[in-house]
Ligand binder design. Sequence first.
Ligand SMILES: *[C@@H]1O[C@H](CO)[C@@H](O)[C@H](O)[C@H]1NC(C)=O
Ligand SMILES: *[C@@H]1O[C@H](CO)[C@@H](O)[C@H](O)[C@H]1NC(C)=O
Ligand SMILES: *[C@@H]1O[C@H](CO)[C@@H](O)[C@H](O)[C@H]1NC(C)=O
Length: 144
Amino acid sequence: MKCLNILKIMQLQLHLLIWCRAAETLTDHLTDLGQNVTINCDLDVKEVIWLLLKLLDPPVMILLSSTTSANFYFNKTFKQKYSVQSKHRLFINNVTLDDLGLYYCLTTDFPPKYSDCTRLHITELTEKSKNQHNGRLLSSYLLS
Ligand SMILES: *[C@@H]1O[C@H](CO)[C@@H](O)[C@H](O)[C@H]1NC(C)=O
Ligand SMILES: *[C@@H]1O[C@H](CO)[C@@H](O)[C@H](O)[C@H]1NC(C)=O
Ligand SMILES: *[C@@H]1O[C@H](CO)[C@@H](O)[C@H](O)[C@H]1NC(C)=O
């Protein structure tokens, strides 16, 4: 748990770094609202933490996935939304607008290694909301 506190601080510092890296290693995952989605974690380790980065918000720690102990949810409300499959794959149940964003996993070592980012987005954005979305992503990038 001490290690998790360090990670909480680290995640803010990593924010910008991850954004830069995201630009290079970004995978796009197109979906529709109401679908289930599975996202891969390309880290071959015993334990990872899954995070979600949305627009202007700091990254949200979703869960700790471990092959040697029970998974730990950072907020118990995430249990209905997220589960973990083999190889730390993140399963997202019934995608809503709230779930869209950049997903990535981190190792719990120090310093943490992080995976490629997966951007979850939907096909149905209108031109207007698409522009707003991109505008917010851009300001999120600039403000980081
Ligand atoms: C999503 O997964 C849930 C739980 O596994 C299942 O009940 C539901 O039918 C799935 N929905 C879709 C659209 O595949
Ligand atoms: C858990 O998530 C719910 C719903 O998003 C939120 O209202 C609540 O503040 C969160 N709790 C913590 C401890 O972050
Ligand atoms: C999926 O989420 C939407 C919005 O929260 C909800 O109205 C719907 O009932 C959910 N569907 C399932 C199968 O859980």
